[in-house]
Design a protein around this ligand. Structure first.
Ligand SMILES: *Cc1c(COP(=O)(O)O)cnc(C)c1O
Length: 452
């Protein structure tokens, strides 16, 4: 045993890294042959840590056994919620970033590394047509990105009389963020949808007027750019114009849908997103990254700063770096890892074209699934997908739809989920994993046709 076992030398680092990479490669390689879902828990990982050293291979093998239980959200057959698969190149980037272990709360401490992270934010701001002065932050997910946006909106125009408007199919994280901000539940208005399942802009305008007449202060309108239940996009241009006319902060929840801006179809559907005061997107959904990666973009970085900046006498030694954001001042965290590399590395390594093609492929898979499901007489298919969320119901009703979902998932090859749309139980399928291709879609459609 070496004198300082917590400080491996170069050779020990190589050996540990090679074993870990071997483990990862074996895992990824076996996924096509293992079930997407396996219930139960049999692993003895719960023992307390020992006093003396363990063996890496043995410990990794225990992790492998534990990972075999539950839902394999990284497998090609995972079609529930919002799959991404998780790019291995991002995981490698993460390992590199963690090993360098630099502090990125203040740009001056790692200026070149923060510049790398910021280049991704600047690229995203341009991609969505945000003006000079826009900025943003990489967070651990969409919910925290939404919290930062809602806090910024409240700082600019919120108060005890403030009212916030979300759509019927909005993600609950917006209401949750409002609650965390101290906004009472009765200040959250749910705007109904049109028959096409999108936020009804006319109703939103009426509700805003009614609240003003009551002496309340409308301050934020949140639109979905790809709703979680349906994947459908609210009329962003119309809602953005309404928000502007009424002086409301316009938030676009593109946690799932916004990255489709990289595709031709997505760009057309997302028209109006450039009006946003804030945009949330989840690279751990539609940019195929591993979990723990969200982004908030704001039209004006100063709005995030006004809401988040803080000070402490123990921080006065730290200088400010012109032209680079201090993430500690524009988000809720102080200490933070170098979160940018997990995005920057895959984007530069694979090139944007690879992402564009993969997203276009997923759009085509959803279109294929929709077309094929429409041909199954016992199924009702309530909407044509904007992006990659496909819904269907058994014509015999909820119980039959539930049984259908159980039969599909029961085989262990595919995993779908359900939701409620227009008051009706709906099976929901979303081909979005980087590992899901035509072969899997053809197979799952055959499985659905056989199970219906
Ligand atoms: C997933 C999702 C969120 C929440 O993001 P997390 O990363 O899960 O916190 C918010 N909005 C929409 C539309 C989503 O799909």
């Amino acid at each position: 045993m070496t004198e300082f076992p917590l400080e491996p030398d170069a050779e020990a680092i190589r050996e540990m890294g090679m074993r870990a990479i071997d483990f990862v490669a074996e895992q990824v390689e076996k996924w096509p042959r293992t079930p997407v879902w396996r219930p139960g828990a049999t692993n003895p990982l719960l023992a307390p840590p020992p006093e003396l050293p363990g063996e890496l291979d043995k410990l990794l093998s225990m992790v492998g056994d534990a990972a075999d239980r539950g839902l394999n959200t990284a497998s090609a057959g995972y079609l529930a919620y919002f799959p991404a698969g998780g790019l291995i190149s991002a995981a490698i980037g993460e390992m590199v970033a963690m090993s360098l272990n630099r502090f990125t709360g203040f740009a001056a401490l790692a200026p070149e590394l923060v510049a790398i992270e910021h280049s991704v934010i600047a690229w995203l701001c341009r991609l969505f047509g945000l003006p000079e002065g826009a900025g943003g932050l990489i967070t651990t997910g969409g919910s925290l990105a939404t919290l930062a946006a809602v806090v910024a909106a409240r700082e600019r125009g919120g108060g005890p009389d403030s009212v916030l408007y979300v759509g019927e199919y909005a993600h609950h994280c917006i209401a949750k963020a409002a609650r965390l901000c101290g906004l009472p539940d009765d200040r959250i208005r749910i705007v109904p949808s049109t028959a096409e399942l999108r936020m009804d802009a006319g109703r939103a305008a009426e509700m805003i007027a009614a609240d003003r007449a009551r002496g309340l202060r409308p301050f934020l309108l949140a639109a979905a750019a790809g709703s979680t239940s349906t994947g459908l996009i609210d009329p962003l241009d119309e809602l953005g114009e309404l928000a502007e006319r009424e002086g409301l902060w316009f938030h676009v929840d593109g946690a799932y849908g916004a990255p489709f801006q990289l595709t031709e179809r997505g760009r057309a559907l997302l028209t109006g997103i450039e009006r946003a005061d804030s945009i949330v997107l989840d690279p751990h959904k539609s940019l195929f990254l591993p979990y723990g990666t969200g982004v908030v973009l704001v039209r004006s970085e100063s709005a995030l700063r006004a809401a988040h900046s803080g000070d402490g006498s123990y921080l006065h030694d730290i200088e400010r770096c012109a032209g680079l954001p201090d993430y500690a001042d524009i988000g809720p965290e102080l200490s933070r890892e170098w979160r940018g590399l997990r995005l920057w590395l895959p984007l530069h390594l694979h090139g944007i074209g690879a992402f564009r093609r993969a997203l276009t492929e997923k759009l085509e898979l959803a279109e294929f699934a929709h077309r094929e499901l429409m041909r199954i007489p016992r199924l009702e298919v309530p909407w044509a997908p904007d992006l990659t969320v496909v819904g269907f119901r058994h014509r015999d009703g909820t119980a039959a739809s539930r049984q259908l979902l159980e039969r599909i998932n029961g085989a262990g090859r595919y995993f779908l989920s359900s939701t409620e749309v227009a008051g009706a139980y709906t099976v929901r399928m979303c081909p979005l994993s980087v590992r899901t291709h035509a072969e899997q879609m053809e197979e799952v459609i055959r499985a659905i046709a056989a199970a219906v």
